[in-house]
Design a protein around this ligand. Structure first.
Ligand code: PDD
Length: 284
């Protein structure tokens, strides 16, 4: 079935939704994106995704083609038109089309594209009961991972390397410390304390991360925002990842080492429950 896609102010059937071959998103990965989940037809953590989009654009001196209110409206229209109950809304903004040149064009007209992906049962992913097995790989991305750019080739390669080893995903490692997952933030739990890397240029400032840490602190759980080593992770009681598409997802194995009894740990399970409950309540 053909989806409706939003391109530069127009709602089009996906077959007719196109952008220029000169678009700098295509030629230079000169673009940023957001992924917002939809549960029961409503948007999860929308204000956070909107705020991060504005930040990414500002960091790249890129114009924002749309107001926050209009962006919410477009998200809602696409969810409705495409009959999405559970799924994702993908948004991408690029600097726009211009003759190929490393220097930015003087007056670029940004390109904006949004589409939906239906994911029935997104919150009931069986992987949450089983837990993920992950492998570690060197983090070979650029130095501004806090900007949510569409330069996703290395994370994609890392994901394929994980699959080739029979694992579900990869955690990236720099100077022996875990930065984050290919498309999620990484956490370990030891002696009841949740440890996750502090914010900086080394990781994406996850919107789910912010909400989950807030809920953890509200539930009197101890949180430490600091880098942790691979050794520390392998010796942890449990581990998990967070993202807009996976919410809170337990990790049960790292580089072939089984954590705890090899089933999702109590902290990850509890946080998943709290996150889903609270974010559904606040959904727009
Ligand atoms: N990825 N770190 C990286 C490298 C990510 O790509 C993502 C999200 C996250 C989690 O951020 P958030 O909680 O705001 O989704 C962390 C999205 C889901 C994606 O690329 O599909």
């Amino acid at each position: 079935m053909s989806r409706t896609v939003y391109v530069n102010g127009r709602y089009l059937p996906e077959e007719e939704a196109t952008v220029s071959v000169f678009d700098r998103g295509f030629l230079f990965a000169d673009g940023v994106y957001e992924v917002t989940s939809v549960l029961d037809g409503k948007l999860i953590d929308f204000p956070g995704h909107c705020a991060r989009l504005n930040r990414s654009l500002t960091e790249l001196d890129m114009a924002n083609p749309i107001s926050d209110d209009d962006l919410l409206e477009v998200h809602r229209n696409l969810v409705r038109r495409n009959g999405i109950t559970d799924g994702l809304v993908y948004l991408q903004v690029t600097r726009g089309a211009a003759d190929r040149d490393f220097a930015y064009p003087d007056d670029p007209e940004p390109t904006i594209v949004l589409f939906t992906q239906a994911k029935p049962g997104l919150a009931d992913n069986p992987a949450a009961d089983r837990g993920l097995r992950i492998v570690t790989v060197p983090d070979q991305r650029w130095g501004r991972r806090d900007i949510k750019t569409v330069q996703l080739l290395y994370p994609s390669m890392a994901k394929m390397a994980a699959k080739a080893e029979g694992a579900d995903d990869a955690w990236m490692v720099e100077d022996d410390h875990v930065t984050e997952g290919t498309s999620n933030n990484a956490y370990i739990v030891k002696g009841g304390t949740i440890v996750t890397r502090q914010l900086g240029h080394e990781i994406l400032h996850g919107i789910t991360r912010a909400a989950v840490l807030r809920f953890a602190r509200e539930a009197q759980m101890k949180v430490e925002e600091r880098a942790f080593t691979v050794e520390e992770a392998k010796a942890a009681d449990e581990a998990f990842v967070t993202s807009a598409s996976a919410f809170v997802m337990p990790v049960v194995g790292i580089d072939g080492v089984t954590l705890g009894d090899g089933t999702p740990g109590p902290v990850a399970r509890r946080l998943r429950e709290i996150y889903l409950e609270e974010s559904r309540k606040a959904a727009l």
